[in-house]
Design a protein around this ligand. Structure first.
Ligand SMILES: [Zn+2]
Ligand SMILES: [Zn+2]
Length: 407
């Protein structure tokens, strides 16, 4: 087999991997947007234009930097996506103005069930990451085995399961994996369970807890819901979070499935077009609980809710002892809307706190992966510091974008 990283050896996000069998079967793993400001969709001959030369595309998870350009892929190339991943991505697109829903047909993958693309056997496995039902792929062909981890970690709620799966997969000829945290931090990242304990202590100190987190980070939603139950507060989700949570597994806290969860539909949604209101507001309205703010509560918030928070809660005298927990990557705090949200809430007397753990692998996790898989070669992508890899790991191949490697 031959491997080429079309994009992603020197950047975080927007990584595109090409794998070709000796016979010429060609697959792509991930086709997402760059995380940088100017998003110019990449054009690839035989994938997005011209006669198709690729036999299939496989998507690892619902983050835009892995899935965001799927709609540009030629119609005759099958795209394989896990069912909930597609659902989350399309719901996100309906709620955000700048994302595009997947308009084309896709094929569903099932964890543990192999797909044959001519002479290549591709097996998806669930992986621990901050996107629900994230996936890694084992690619077998020409007597060789490759593992593409996608984005991963092992300190989340699926971490132990992830290591067990790796042991089952066993040694590989090539590991293609993420090095997001190279150059960021060498420390061991906190587990979700540790975060939950810290959250419990914070929840005990405040009557009103506002939480700024990604709505698609279901591990984190569960962490705060559990802390919430420990302190017997009311759990309130914004419409986007409530919609996502209610459309996944019944065990995920949502107003539809959980008695002590309510939904707050802020004014901006009532200004949306009628089809949006019919699809998303109408079914959720019956789950609004009576006066949830008159009890101690914990609420998932968004910067776009600032006006509503001020008018309903601050002006209404309902923020008596409140904090805002910031539970996302520190880098986003520089974004104007988030910075402004934080400052405005602080003016309202809300205490700002940070409580977060990364969605990406720490050094220890990467070492464990190497230890278990004993890869003959390793390529790090999804990193801005690939040069650091060879100091820390064995058999690292430093590829540039478009450079070919024989496996
Ligand atoms: Zn990513
Ligand atoms: Zn990701």
């Amino acid at each position: 087999m031959k491997v080429k990283i079309l994009k992603g050896t020197n950047q975080i996000g927007g990584c595109i991997t090409e794998i070709t069998s000796d016979k010429g079967t060609k697959i792509i793993i991930d086709f997402g947007e760059d995380l940088i400001e100017e998003k110019v969709p990449i054009e690839i001959e035989g994938l997005t234009k011209g006669n198709s030369i690729y036999d299939a595309v496989f998507i690892t998870h619902s983050h835009g930097d892995h899935i965001g350009l799927v709609s540009f892929i030629n119609e005759d190339i099958p795209v394989f996506i896990e069912k909930e991943t597609k659902k989350i991505y399309n719901l996100s697109s309906d709620f955000m103005t700048d994302a595009k829903p997947i308009k084309r047909l896709t094929k569903e993958i099932t964890f543990g069930k192999s797909v044959m693309i001519d002479d290549l056997k591709i097996t998806p496995y669930i992986v621990d990451h901050s996107a629900y039902n994230s996936c890694m792929y084992v690619i077998e062909g020409d007597g060789k085995k490759i593992l593409h981890t996608g984005d991963y970690r092992n300190h989340g709620r699926k971490g132990d399961n992830f290591l067990k799966t790796l042991k089952k997969i066993g040694p590989v000829d090539l590991l293609i994996t993420e090095g997001t945290t190279f150059g960021r931090s060498n420390e061991k990242f906190k587990r979700e369970e540790e975060l939950q304990k810290e959250a419990c202590s914070i929840f005990e100190m405040f009557h009103q807890v506002l939480i700024l987190q990604s709505s698609t980070n279901i591990d984190r939603l569960v962490t705060f819901y559990k802390a919430n139950n420990h302190t017997k507060k009311y759990f309130i989700e914004d419409l986007f979070t409530a919609t996502i949570a209610s459309q996944l597994s019944k065990t995920i806290p949502s107003p539809v499935t959980h008695q002590n969860v309510s939904v707050w539909i802020t004014n901006k949604y009532y200004k949306k077009p009628q089809p949006f209101k019919e699809t998303y507001i109408k079914p959720m309205e019956q789950y609004k609980k009576n006066k949830p703010f008159h009890h101690d509560f914990c609420m998932i918030v968004k910067p776009s809710m600032l006006k509503d928070l001020k008018e309903k809660l601050y002006d209404g005298g309902l923020l008596t002892n409140a904090c805002l927990i910031y539970s996302m990557w520190d880098g986003y705090l520089k974004e104007e809307s988030i910075k402004n949200f934080k400052e405005e809430l602080e003016h309202m007397g809300v205490t700002f706190l940070k409580l977060h753990t990364s969605g990406h692998a720490d050094m220890e996790a990467m070492k464990q992966v190497e230890e278990i898989l004993k890869p003959k070669k390793t390529i790090f992508i999804h990193t801005e510091h690939k040069g650091m890899a060879s100091e820390l790991f064995k058999n690292v191949i430093e590829l540039e974008d478009l450079e070919e490697l024989s496996v």
